[in-house]
Write a protein of this length. Structure first.
Lengths: 100, 441
């Protein structure tokens, strides 16, 4: 695995889906794809990179409360944020972009 | 319609109980109570029974020791009295010889016509205050004597002095070989015929102990020891009979040291088909010769065993029909059976008291265990109850359920799965609805 940008493409996506399954069950992949699409402005969800993680977490924090309790939603968000250690943002990328 | 069965009727009568008893909470509660209380109770019961057995055994051992000690004491007392009587007979031999010699030369009439003689039993009006100090002046002479010869006076004086000195006897009598009372510390008995009496006949050969009997005139119990008066030159010169003071004998029997509040000693002898009590008991002071049991009566079994020469100890029923712990032994010299006993309830009272104290401690303990079990079963089952309620709401279409179960055990894992399921259902429902509402292109 190559942390950071392009070489980790697809791998980060799979990790996000794996975490999401613990909170959303069979709806995890659909949910994640929707959230990533919004974060990446329509780009393929599998191509998500480490610099998008914080935005994705912020979106999860807001929307997951609809499907689960606030405590679990917070745990879900923190679990996604925890991926930053493994997939650090690329230099110069502030992660700017639209949010929900 | 068919009548409802018993089980159905019970279910109808106690529907809530029936429902409750099949819940996990009831099962857990019963399980916890079972594990906590049943071993505790079993252990307590085992200890209680062991303590009772220990008390019973130790009491029987104590009774056995007391029975042996008392039988030995009675045996020793009788042996001492027999020795005393034999010694007195030895001391009296020269005086009896002198009296016989005087009779040979005609100073004393040798015998009286048999028809004129009263029997000794008729003259048992013994003074109840015991023997008086010897005195020459107030002596009343027996019938048939015009004046007391010197040897008779000396014999009487010797008897009186010995009786005064001993205090163990109530009367001393010298009976000649033909059965005539020639001298007595109670002069009214002199001249009476004792030939037919058992102690005279028995005492001619060896030292003889007459069983206890009740004087019909004085209403006092008495026991006679008779021994031959032997002259080395002239053979048996008569019989010395001593009426024993039974006080010390009865003192051994009625002593209650070590017998608590209900213990007592029973002594009895066999008389035909009856077992007759020969001494007072603690709870029946008038038992001597007045109370008896039929031979073969279960209440008399221990004492019968003792009379037959067998010793032992056991739980039994006494003459008062009480459940007792008893030990028994024979007193061979008196041909008595001796039984020492104590009420079983008293012997086991310390064990029962200890059991009650343990129970008093156990009740709050059991209540505490019950309360803890109740709370524990509730804590274990409550998440399941919440999950069931949540599933129930979802099944009715209400997805707005929030479970607040934070547990790391299997129930926590089940709750997580449930939460995932709910989240997925919510997600799919929301987006399916959204897609349905989108206009078809």
């Amino acid at each position: 695995m190559a942390p950071g940008g392009g070489s980790a493409v697809g791998e980060l996506y799979r990790d996000i889906v794996r975490i999401a399954r613990n909170f959303m069950g069979p709806a995890a992949e659909d949910y994640v794809r929707r959230r990533i699409r919004i974060v990446q402005q329509g780009d393929a969800p599998e191509r998500i990179t480490g610099d998008r993680i914080e935005r994705l977490a912020a979106g999860i924090d807001m929307t997951a409360k609809v499907y689960m309790g606030p405590f679990k939603a917070a745990v879900f968000r923190d679990a996604i944020l925890g991926l930053r250690e493994r997939y650090p943002p690329e230099r110069g990328d502030g992660g700017a972009g639209p949010t929900d | 319609m068919a009548a409802p069965t018993g089980a159905v009727r019970r279910r109808r009568r106690w529907p809530r109980l029936s429902r409750w008893i099949h819940t996990w909470r009831a099962k857990l509660l019963l399980l916890l109570l079972g594990f906590a209380i049943v071993p505790l109770m079993a252990q307590a019961l085992w200890d209680y029974l062991a303590t009772r057995r220990a008390f019973e055994t130790s009491t029987l051992e104590a009774m056995e020791g007391l029975a042996h000690a008392k039988a030995q004491a009675l045996e020793q007392l009788t042996s001492d009295r027999k020795t005393q009587v034999e010694r007195i007979a030895g001391l009296l031999t020269p005086r009896v010889r002198a009296l016989a010699t005087a009779a040979d030369v005609g100073a004393i009439p040798r015998s009286r016509a048999p028809g004129e003689l009263p029997v000794l039993r008729d003259a048992e009006a013994l003074p109840t205050s015991g023997p008086a100090a010897p005195s020459q002046s107030d002596e009343a002479e027996p019938k048939g004597y015009s004046a007391p010869p010197e040897p008779l006076l000396q014999l009487r004086e010797a008897l009186a002095l010995l009786l005064w000195d001993q205090r163990q006897f109530e009367e001393l009598l010298v009976i000649d070989p033909r059965g005539r009372v020639v001298a007595s510390t109670h002069k009214e008995h002199e001249g009476h015929d004792a030939e037919a009496l058992a102690y005279f006949r028995g005492g001619l050969g060896v030292t003889y102990v007459q069983p206890v009997f009740l004087s019909p005139l004085t209403h006092r119990l008495t026991l006679v020891i008779a021994t031959p008066i032997r002259d080395p030159e002239r053979g048996v010169q008569g019989v010395l009979a001593a009426r024993l003071n039974l006080e010390s004998l009865f003192q051994v029997v009625t002593e209650t040291t070590g017998l608590g509040e209900t213990g007592e000693t029973v002594v009895a002898r066999r008389d035909g088909d009856r077992v007759v009590f020969v001494a007072p008991t603690r709870f029946d002071p008038g038992a001597a010769l007045q109370r008896s049991l039929r031979v073969g009566d279960p209440r008399g079994r221990p004492i019968e065993e003792a009379i037959a020469g067998r010793s032992g100890r056991a739980r039994a029923h006494d003459y008062r029909r009480r459940d007792v712990l008893a030990a028994w032994e024979q007193v061979p010299s008196l041909d008595w059976g001796l039984m020492v006993k104590i009420d079983r309830s008293e012997a086991l009272r310390p064990a029962v008291d200890a059991g009650l104290r343990a129970l008093a401690l156990a009740i709050p303990l059991v209540l505490g265990v019950f309360a803890v079990s109740w709370l524990a079963s509730r804590a274990l089952v409550q998440p399941l109850v919440e999950l069931r309620a949540a599933a129930d709401r979802i099944s009715r279409g209400d997805l707005d359920v929030a479970l607040d179960i934070r547990s790391r055990d299997e129930v926590g894992e089940l709750t997580d799965s449930f939460d995932r399921m709910v989240a997925a259902i919510r997600f799919f429902r929301e987006h399916t609805r959204a897609e349905d509402e989108e206009p078809v292109e």
